[in-house]
Each structure stands twice: as C-alpha cells, then as structure tokens.
Design a protein around this ligand. Structure first.
Ligand SMILES: Cc1ncc(COP(=O)(O)O)c(C=O)c1O
Length: 403
C-alpha cells in the first residue's frame, strides 16, 4: 500500500490542477465516428433493385436488404426481423409498451408486475421498467451469465413475474458474456414458470469484441431448440457501429411477440427511414465486412481498456477487483467495502466525473459496491490521468484517510 501521506499528496496535486474529465457515459470518440464517414457522402439510388421507392412511405418492417443484414448479424431468419430506426432502446421501449397495452393479458391491467434483471445493469433499462410501474427483482450476474440458482429461487417465490431483461454479450457495465448453457437454462426455467414469460435480450454489443470472446450460439437458435421463439425478443443497433442514434436498429422476435411489436409500431411509425437503411446496407454490406469494420473500432478501444487495467492493478487487492471484459464499452471496479458513492464523490473533488453507483441498480436497490468505468470517449492520456485520480480516491475511501 502507498502511505497515507503519499496518497494525500496525490489528492492535493490533482485537486490543484483544475481537472475536468467526464467518463460518465459510454460514447465513441471522434476517431471511431470517422471510421464511418463514408456514409456521409454515399450516393443512394432512390429506386431499389426490387422497385421500392426509398423516398416514399412503405416497407414498415424495413427494406429487405436491411432485414437481411439484421438476419446475418443475429443469426435468424429475416422474416423474424424488423429493420427499424434510431436505437435499440426505442425498440425495447416499444416492446414493453406493446405488452403493456396489447398482450392477451395486458400488463396495464395487472395489479402487480415484476421483471428480473441481472445487476449491475444499465440505468436506461431501469427507467423503462419504472415508466411501466414494473418492480425489478435483481439477480446477480456471474462470469457465465445470470445466477441460475437465484433466478430459479426468485421464480419459485413470486407468481407475478412477467419476464427477464438482460444484456447477454459484453454486458453493461461489467462486461460478462453469457454462455450457451446459461441462456438455455434461462429459457428452460422461464418456460416452466409460465407460457407467457418474456425473454428480452438487449444485444447492444453483439459485434463489439476487442479481444477473443467465448463463442456464443445465436440466441435465436437456442430459442428455437427450447421452443420459446414466441416469447423471445432480441434488440440490437448500429449506434456503436456507425453513428450514435444515426444507425439502424433491429428487433428479432417470433409469433405472438413479433405481431405485438408490429402492431405497436403501426400506431407510431408509418415507415422507417429507408434511405438511411439503404445507405447502411451499401456501406456495411455483410457480416464479414461488419467484422472487419468492428476491428477498426477495436484497434482504437483496446489500448484504452488496457491502460485502465494497468493502472487499476496498482490498487492494493484488499480494496477490491476489476472486471475484465473482452468487448463492449464498460468495465467495473468492485469494492470489498460499500464505498462506491464515497469514491465517486472524492473523484469529483479532483475533477473526475463517474456514473453514480446508484445508476447501476434499480431505485432503492443500490449495493454501493461497484462503479462503472467508461474508457472510450476520452484520449489515452486523459484516461491515464482519470485512472490515477480514481486509484487515489479508492485508497482514500478504503483506508478511511482524512482528506
Ligand atoms: C446495454 C445497452 N443498450 C442500449 C444502449 C444504447 O444503444 P442504442 O443507441 O441502440 O439505444 C447502450 C448504450 O450505452 C447500452 O449499453
């Protein structure tokens, strides 16, 4: 351990530097956005080969070429995919709304409704659940995915659970990738619980590896084997492939779920932005090209994660440990004491802004034992400074040093 005096010297030095570094959100940096600049000048022929006029209304499920691209990345038939607009968050919201309003047993009529969510998790998901007055039952995340023992126990103890929402690859914030076995068990146990149990997967980081990652069978194949395709919904987008909020989004579902989401969207949207869909198809082409494109992102992102890990390893192990993602946009530092908010406050005193610990849990369920680090948006130099501030704050909080 560094001595209290040397830790305080660092604290004072950083405090006097008028630092202002914000790593609260997982945004791509400018150089990552530049990778897709060709999209800005691509000339799109307004009439497609199959005679669709991209400038007009029509094709509410997305143009066939875009659905085909979705089919390649999601490993599912294009007939089960809606190629949409803007973001996966929007599609996830539309999924909840469709079940809330239009399912056979609409959630809005239920006295109590609950959803299972593996934590730590994504604050915007918690907002969706809150908007629909759905109580969140948290389940711990393990290295291989959802804690199955706990998941089983929750379902035994509750009779009003509507489903589970999770991020199965490079989860936000800790970066776990679920194994096939884990996904299979999620399906099996959920199906045994109820024929209406809904499995929603936010595949925000489906193609976002920066290091070798365990092989994951497409969720749709597992759902098909387990006969749960009617209750399975998978969302993804190109927000972190091309431009944030300016890419395409995809929703994959079957039977009842597909019809509900389609029904919901028909009330809201006459058709997606087909010109942007065509532009993306021309630019991204196919899965192999997307994999190459994502390698360019990885080249920019990996050194940042490596820089973070190198500096975090200097924290004495008695304070805690950090997660070790192989892709995605986030990692976590897990504290051995409930000091996350204290660490975040001390970081702010030195000019480093981190996502509050409470954002990683549903309201009132914060364990205060983990903070999210989002390395992508700032330069490596700034990130190194940020992490040196972070390790100073961790040690002040853990060793209860007066500052
Ligand atoms: C799990 C998860 N889902 C969705 C998003 C946002 O993606 P989109 O822009 O497609 O909604 C993020 C971004 O941080 C995310 O981490």
């Amino acid at each position: 351990m560094n001595s209290a005096d040397s830790i305080l010297t660092h604290f004072k030095k950083y405090k006097d530097m008028s630092i202002n570094i914000d790593i609260t959100r997982g945004k791509p940096e400018g150089l990552q956005l530049d990778i897709s600049n060709e999209l800005l000048s691509l000339k799109v022929d307004p009439i497609t080969e199959s005679g669709i006029d991209l400038r007009n209304y029509g094709e509410p499920l997305g143009i066939e070429e875009a659905r085909e691209l979705g089919s390649q990345i999601l490993g599912a038939p294009s007939k089960n995919i809606i190629a949409a607009e803007q973001s996966s968050l929007l599609l996830t919201y539309q999924t909840f709304l469709s079940y809330y309003l239009f399912s056979d047993d609409p959630w809005k009529k239920r006295k109590s409704k609950k959803f299972i969510y593996p934590v730590p998790g994504f604050d915007r998901h918690f907002r969706i659940l809150e908007d629909f007055d759905i109580e969140v039952i948290t389940v711990p995340l393990k290295d291989d995915g959802v804690d199955i023992e706990e998941y089983t126990k929750i379902l035994k103890e509750n009779n009003d659970v509507c489903g589970i929402l999770s991020v199965p690859r490079h989860s936000n914030p800790s970066g776990e990738t679920f194994t096939d076995e884990n996904i299979k068990k999620i399906f099996k146990i959920g199906k045994e619980y109820s024929d209406n149990f809904l499995f929603i997967f936010d595949h925000a980081y489906l193609v976002h590896d920066f290091l070798p990652t365990i092989k994951q069978t497409p969720i749709w194949s597992i759902a098909t084997t387990e006969k749960v395709t009617d209750n399975c919904v998978v969302a993804t987008s190109f927000s972190k492939v091309t431009f944030g909020g300016g890419g395409l989004s995809f929703i994959l579902s079957g039977g009842r779920s597909f019809n509900l989401i389609k029904r919901m969207r028909e009330s809201m949207i006459i058709c997606p932005d087909k010109i942007n869909q065509k532009r993306h198809v021309m630019f991204l082409k196919d899965i192999d090209n997307i994999t190459n494109h994502m390698k360019k992102h990885a080249e920019l992102i990996l050194p940042k994660f490596e820089a973070v890990k190198k500096i975090l390893s200097d924290i004495p192990s008695e304070c805690g440990s950090f997660s070790n993602p192989t892709g995605g946009y986030f990692m976590t530092y897990n504290f051995n004491k409930p000091i996350a908010t204290k660490v975040q406050t001390i970081c702010e005193e030195m000019g480093l802004y981190i996502t509050p610990a409470s954002s990683l849990f549903p309201k009132g369920k914060c364990l205060d034992n983990v903070l999210r680090i989002a390395p992508t948006y700032v330069s490596v130099n700034k990130l190194e400074l940020a992490m040196n501030i972070f390790i100073t704050a961790v040690q002040i909080a853990h060793f209860d040093i007066e500052y």
